[in-house]
Ligand binder design. Structure first.
Ligand SMILES: NC(=O)c1ccc[n+]([C@@H]2O[C@H](COP(=O)([O-])OP(=O)(O)OC[C@H]3O[C@@H](n4cnc5c(N)ncnc54)[C@H](O)[C@@H]3O)[C@@H](O)[C@H]2O)c1
Length: 258
């Protein structure tokens, strides 16, 4: 398969790229390249792709057409951490995270849908988050954009089914990556909590990548790749009162931190 991965210089994007390559797929690794960001260092095919840039998406599509003559899988993985309580997070922070975490996958989808429709094949894999399904306090902007990616993915799957094109969405809980390096936000208490949850997670990016490939192979439209995420989603669906109690306890703990 010919696979394009965004945010492939670090974390889940790097682990997914390695996992695809290990099974013989061709991978175009893409990431933001700049002083403030991880430089994309790889001996394999790589192009600079800032997912907020229409020009970069056009360049990536030209590369794919020229070098591969088509694409089988687009993985919209790149994203940033953010959030913050409702009266702490600024509107600029909301706009920043929306531009990257929502409009990034939207731009990627819009770039490759015409090609996938012409091919009458293709698979879009959007990396959302458990936060797209369950919505903890203090994280409204992150929750909202990831829930929007869940909705985008379901819509894409329905709309492109007549063309033989699939869409899956990935909803992991916390796993250990460099995600906190790019976190922006005025809510310092939330930053501390998220940092601890990511650092203390039992899951690695490689664990999540392996589960994503298994989910894709099984034909799952919603891939919930780890036990913690499956447990939280199950709790919300089957014990709403218990779920609300857990969420409200977490909200109180965040407020106690200041
Ligand atoms: N780590 C977690 O706990 C966790 C949990 C749920 C979902 N996710 C999601 O997984 C995805 C991957 O995150 P990760 O944890 O591997 O983090 P990471 O920071 O290790 O990797 C993210 C990559 O995205 C790149 N990136 C950031 N902005 C970009 C832009 N504008 N254009 C292109 N690339 C850009 C970064 O340079 C980085 O290489 C994200 O969408 C994140 O929201 C992560």
């Amino acid at each position: 398969m010919r696979v394009l991965v965004t945010g492939a210089a670090s974390g889940l994007g790097a682990a997914l790229s390695d996992a695809f390559e290990a099974r013989g797929d061709q991978v175009l690794r893409t990431d933001v390249v700049g002083e403030e960001r991880t430089r994309l260092e790889t001996t394999r095919p790589a192009v600079k792709l800032d997912i907020t840039s229409d020009d970069d998406w056009a360049t990536a599509r030209e590369w794919v057409e020229r070098e591969w003559g088509g694409l089988d899988v687009l993985v919209n993985n790149a994203g940033v951490a953010g959030g913050g309580r409702l009266d702490v997070a600024t509107l600029d922070e909301w706009q920043w995270i929306t531009e990257i975490n929502l409009f990034g996958p939207v731009r990627g989808t819009r770039t490759f849908v015409p090609m996938f429709k012409d091919q009458r094949s293709g698979h879009i894999v959007n990396v959302a988050s458990l936060a797209g399904l369950v919505h903890p306090a203090g994280m409204a902007s992150y929750n909202a954009v990831k829930a929007a990616v869940v909705a985008l993915s379901e819509t894409t799957g329905h709309e492109l089914a007549p063309y033989g094109v699939r869409c899956s969405v990935v909803c992991p809980s916390y796993f250990r990556t460099n995600l906190m390096d790019g976190m922006k936000g005025s809510d310092k208490a939330l930053g501390t909590v998220i940092g601890q949850l990511i650092e203390g997670s039992p899951f690695t990016a490689e664990d999540i990548a392996a589960a994503v490939l298994e989910g894709m192979d099984r034909g799952d439209d919603v891939i919930i790749p780890d036990e913690a995420a499956r447990g939280a989603w199950d709790l919300k669906q089957n014990d709403r009162a218990g779920y609300d109690a857990v969420m409200r306890k977490q909200a109180a703990r965040l407020d106690q931190m200041g």
